[in-house]
Design a protein around this ligand. Sequence first.
Ligand code: NDP
Length: 288
Amino acid sequence: MSQTLSSKEFVASFKQSIAARAEACRQGGVAPTLAVVLVGEKPDSVAYQRSAIKRAQALGVDVREYNLPEASTTAEVQAALREINEDAAIHGCLLLRPMPAHIDDAAVCETLAVHKDSDGITTASMGGVFANNGVGFAPCTPSACLHLLDAYGISVEGKKVAVVGRSLVVGRPLALMLLHRNATVTVCHSRTPQLAEVTRQADIVITATGRAKAYGPQFFREGQIVLDVGTNFDENGMLCGDVDFDAVAPVVAAITPVPGGIGGITTCALMDHVVVAAERAGGKAASL
Ligand code: NDP
């Protein structure tokens, strides 16, 4: 039977360290502050907004809520982001997406200042991930994957890694971040032929496709490590990953569960980025 790569213990220690660093910032005169911007009332976004606010408050990160009406124009959302950019007391920003269809997503994202871009949504932050030059922040989910690998002491150096999914928020930045760690990365997507042959050749497989339990044992072999980023609901309305956990766990060496894997680390990664930005703004207690 394989090892279950639960994030529970890591999340507990990560939270402790973020809370301690947030407190040190406060002692240094800077209260780490996250702006949460929500346009409209899409239920998924409202749920994520609530959980992010709860997590922030539990870790000592202050929150400024920007709740804009569904009918807001692109210019009005941009104006809110400019206000955030100009407010020195705000260190990071979470913009809940997708926004209503009439809003120009790219134009809004580009308005955010790169040093407040806690979830890596601007082209400047993406460039920072591409160049690996420390500009901006990486998106939180790929960051969460690396945190989990580190927590279990799993090195990707020299390993073959198959990343299934190439979105701008998960697959693509993750592939680059693994490349910077000297992995040999294959990025797979909906047009990849013979996907199972590609995934079976990898040492590590990371799925981020949004297809509930789509990847069964035929996609894997013994000895592999599997990270499942998928956050989906199965036919019974239960949260599940992209991988059919029950069928695949007996085959591979180690696998993340859903829930209890990558998802739990993602909101912590967001708070970590806000605290890093606050530290950069000078909020570090002299004793630390
Ligand atoms: P997107 O829909 O933006 O991208 C999905 C990717 O999967 C695309 O690149 C797509 O390929 C690829 N794909 C779709 N079907 C197949 C297929 N049959 N074979 C191979 N590849 C396929 O999704 P996201 O990247 O935003 O999210 C992916 C999953 O991760 C979702 O379940 C989401 O809920 C979850 N997620 C979890 C987070 C967490 O914190 N744990 C945070 C963010 C996302 P193509 O480009 O060719 O269309």
